[in-house]
Design a protein around this ligand. Structure first.
Ligand SMILES: [Zn+2]
Length: 438
């Protein structure tokens, strides 16, 4: 947990200790203690059952609610805080952001996958709901819901209170369980707090969706019609990357980019983005190249660390054009059934909310999970060093505390200043603290 009024550059630098570990949240899995507790409470323990998943969701929320109890009372009643100008003010802390990837966001908001956490877009039809099985009905429903219907904590609360029957609730994308933030004041809650995760959305989807699912398949279809095999096309595409002339700041991919034996990192995807257009010219139809260009625009603009109305308009425009290109009824992506005209993957759909999120909460890189990864690293390392037995959590916490204490000791240690002050304090303790006096 960290507080809001710290500059982002300082907040996420591990050495500054701006983020503090306040709890380790359990993962409810099929291990023995979990199964024992579930069985003794009379809960069916199979992972596929709705009952077990509902129970494990409730446990996570109960833990977070418990951890947040002291802060929750302060949220309602306020707390006196000393401000930098010397005055004391009554302050009301609020939950502003909860950084997590998509599965985590669904778990925290108690939403049914793949519902959108920012609007009422439900994603795909729910197989359990007979009313929404027809394709046209889903299409119509999604269009209606996605159009200017933001999802809010108040809406979630109202729907859960109104619907006792779980079918309409599911159709709207809600699980019956209430999230931990139900009683938070001022309409803030977990739905308001979750936001775009650039790492797993725009950066990672570049390869997972744009290149592999759409562009590569489009190229395959195009060149198959001209009598070229998949192997020949792959060789040509990879060779273009391998033969790229060297240049400062540009990486050369000697083995191409379609190899399956290499585990790609998002950093490498960003290197591919720098040169991809050059490799596609002449191989990919124009519609595909335009789609990649729009995607790269969105990627760049979403990573801006500050925005103006003009840059936000560019971002909105790029997102609109991207979806227009992708879902154009006469375009190749619909024609070859590479994308479905009525539904879109949640990670891609989230781009529609980027500009609004910037307006509400500020630049997007600060809510991306890559900023919080370094903070987890220390814990993960400590877990790796532990014997993973009964006392391992205690070991992890001890390691974490020791390292944090040592780091803060190093941070506060400035040999030059200490020796000078020590000498001066000995002579004139009061005057020595005023800079420039002696
Ligand atoms: Zn949405």
């Amino acid at each position: 947990m960290t507080i809001g009024n710290i500059s982002n550059n300082i907040r996420f630098a591990p050495g500054y200790q701006c983020a503090q570990l306040i709890a380790l949240i359990p993962i409810i899995s099929g291990n023995r203690p979990t199964l024992y507790i579930a069985e003794s409470s009379g809960i069916e323990t199979h992972h596929e059952t709705e009952e077990f998943r509902g129970w494990s969701r409730s446990v996570v929320h109960a833990v977070i609610r418990d951890v947040m109890t002291p802060i929750e009372s302060v949220m309602k009643n306020g707390v006196r805080m000393a401000c930098a100008d010397g005055a004391e003010r009554l302050c009301f802390p609020l939950l502003c952001e909860y950084i997590g990837d998509m599965p985590e966001q669904w778990l925290l908001t108690c939403l049914v996958q793949p519902a959108c956490t920012k609007c009422l877009y439900r994603g795909t039809p729910d197989a359990n709901d007979p009313r929404y099985q027809r394709r046209n009905a889903v299409n119509k429903l999604n269009k209606e819901l996605a159009n200017n219907h933001p999802r809010t904590d108040a809406h979630a609360l109202e729907q859960r209170a109104r619907c006792n029957d779980s079918v309409p609730l599911r159709a709207l994308g809600y699980h019956p369980q209430h999230p931990f933030s139900t009683n938070y004041p001022f309409g803030t809650g977990i739905i308001d707090a979750v936001g775009p995760d650039l790492l797993h959305q725009i950066s990672k989807c570049f390869m997972d969706y744009l290149i592999k699912a759409w562009i590569w398949k489009l190229m395959k279809i195009t060149w198959k019609g001209r009598g070229f095999s998949k192997t020949q096309l792959k060789m040509e595409f990879d060779s273009r990357f391998a033969l790229m002339p060297g240049y400062t700041g540009i990486r050369r991919f000697e083995h191409g980019v379609l190899t399956k034996t290499h585990a790609w990192t998002v950093h490498e995807y960003k290197e591919i983005m720098k040169v991809i257009i050059g490799a596609l010219i002449g191989l990919c139809p124009t519609e595909g190249i335009h789609l990649v260009m729009q995607y790269l625009d969105i990627h760049r603009l979403a990573h801006y660390s500050c925005h103006t109305d003009e840059s936000l308009a560019w971002l909105e425009n790029a997102v609109d054009q991207f979806f227009e290109q992708l879902k154009s009824p006469n375009g190749p992506f619909i024609k070859y059934s590479l994308v479905s005209p009525e539904s879109e993957t949640q990670k891609i759909h989230y781009q529609r909310h980027y500009a609004n999120t910037v307006r509400e909460k500020g630049a997007l890189p600060s809510s991306s999970t890559d900023r919080t990864e370094p903070l987890h690293k220390l814990l993960k390392d400590a877990w790796r060093r532990s014997n993973k037995g009964k006392d391992s959590i205690e070991f992890v916490l001890k390691e974490h505390t020791t390292l944090s204490a040592f780091q803060s000791h190093i941070d506060s240690f400035d040999p030059g200043e200490v020796s000078e002050n020590a000498e001066l304090e000995h002579l004139a303790p009061d005057d020595a603290r005023i800079p420039g006096f002696l």
